[in-house]
Ligand binder design. Structure first.
Ligand code: IMP
Length: 414
């Protein structure tokens, strides 16, 4: 049986331009699901020249023309206060129309104490991870310690919430007063009051299973990137969830066989935020050129991203651990104007890792509508990537707007 499902994953360290394509595929979906991570994510979507930054809400919320259901699954960690403010601004963008959002009652709650713990742990480390500082890791940690609060716990009476928070800070070893506990419980309960009036709190396992079995089009949007995976990334310089297709069934409570197609988002060059291995990193004027043209500054933190050449050894790993079935190549226009472009890859015939230089192109490609319009050098670069990865490239992105997308001829139908 073939289901109408598609998973989108970042094939590197995040910031591959998933937002644009999630939005692109979302407009063709009935349901859009976030299955892991929290407000460490920052999806920038550009619709008709207007920029919208999403942190917690799935991308289906920006579509004003259709009533897409947006699901936040149990594998996510949610900061209720931040979610309320995001929901308010998205509602305003939609002209007062509240988007349809379903939130798992099992998702874990990020509190102010998790954020505090995030900076505390960073301060204690010799080797900083450079987290986004949103309390993501500590929230997953408290879930594993079994002292976390789930969304459904926010429906408890005030005293019970205070008791849970007290237990949490005790386990974390934080010095927090009773007044601080009460203040946080108040923040959380008032955010929850707003949420229950605007969001449906559900067991998403039942809902999603029904949707998929009925043949509805369900899109699972990834956050972060596969190479930041807690198990498969270069620990400890990773995030604290699994941004892979493999984690989706577990995080949403659905059967693994429901995931048919996995779209890997590959950026035409590489970036990384925070510490960690980055074999193709460059620090010269070419890095500055790419950073400025690609606006490579963190959506959440504003930090300049580290820049490097495309590393197909890393992308091959993402293809393997996600079972990527097709690729979307993003930000190709950023490379325009470079004399030479490098790709780092494993050469099977030579049996070793090599660097290959490609001749660049100088004509503006941001207005190209068809594959044939792209300069020969750009097509050569694209086809080399496709051949080395052994996975078809379906779309090529040459600019932030939805219209700046080229479908590669003879690519598979999705
Ligand atoms: P955390 O997820 O805030 O704990 O941060 C852990 C690491 O993951 C840091 O290096 C972050 O910069 C990185 N990270 C987390 N979320 C994203 C993202 O959405 N894009 C890129 N990097 C991210």
């Amino acid at each position: 049986m073939v289901y109408n499902t598609l998973a989108i994953v970042g094939a590197a360290w995040g910031d591959e331009g998933k937002g644009k394509f999630t939005d692109f595929y979302a407009s063709n979906s009935d349901v859009v699901v976030r299955s892991q991570g929290g407000n460490n994510a920052g999806h920038t979507i550009v619709v008709n020249g207007k920029k919208i930054a999403l942190r917690t809400l799935p991308s289906g919320v920006v579509d004003k023309s259709r009533n897409i259901v947006n699901v936040i699954a149990a594998g996510c960690v949610v900061n209720p206060v931040q979610m309320v403010s995001e929901l308010r601004s998205v509602t305003e963008y939609r002209g007062g129309n509240v988007p349809t959002v379903y939130l798992s009652k099992y998702a874990h709650v990020i509190t102010v104490f998790h954020k505090l713990m995030d900076s505390r742990v960073e301060d204690m480390r010799a080797n900083k991870v450079m987290t986004t500082g949103n309390g993501i890791g500590p929230c997953y940690a408290s879930k594993m310690f079994r002292v976390g609060l789930r969304i459904e716990d926010l429906s408890l009476d005030f005293r019970s919430i205070c008791t849970k928070l007290k237990e949490l800070v005790k386990v974390f070893g934080l010095n927090v007063t009773d007044d601080e506990i009460k203040a946080e419980a108040k923040e959380l309960t008032s955010a929850y009051e707003f949420l229950i009036q605007n969001v449906k709190i559900i067991d998403e396992s039942l809902y999603l299973t029904e949707c998929i079995e009925q043949g509805m089009r369900v899109l699972f949007e990834g956050a972060q990137g596969a190479l930041l995976d807690i198990d498969r990334g270069d620990y400890p310089f990773v995030t604290s969830s699994s941004p892979t297709a493999a984690s989706i069934p577990q995080n949403c409570g659905i059967a693994p066989r429901y995931i048919n197609e996995v779209c890997g988002i590959v950026k035409s060059y590489a970036t990384r935020v925070g510490t960690g291995t980055f074999d193709t990193e460059i620090n010269d004027e070419v890095a500055v050129y790419i950073r400025e043209r690609g606006h490579e500054y963190g959506t959440v933190t504003g930090r300049p991203r580290r820049i490097g050449w495309l590393d197909l050894c890393a992308i091959e790993k993402a293809v393997r651990i996600n079972g990527i079935t097709h690729i979307v190549l993003t930000l190709l226009d950023v490379l325009t104007g470079l004399e030479n472009i490098k790709i780092h890859y494993y050469d099977k015939e030579l049996g070793k890792v090599v660097d290959k230089w490609f001749v660049g192109w100088h004509t503006d490609i941001s207005g190209c509508k068809t594959y044939e319009e792209l300069p020969f050098e750009a097509r050569y670069y694209i086809e080399f990537i496709e051949k080395k990865l052994g996975v078809p490239i379906k779309y090529i992105s040459v600019g932030p707007d939805r219209e700046q997308t080229i479908e590669k001829p003879n690519s598979p139908k999705i």
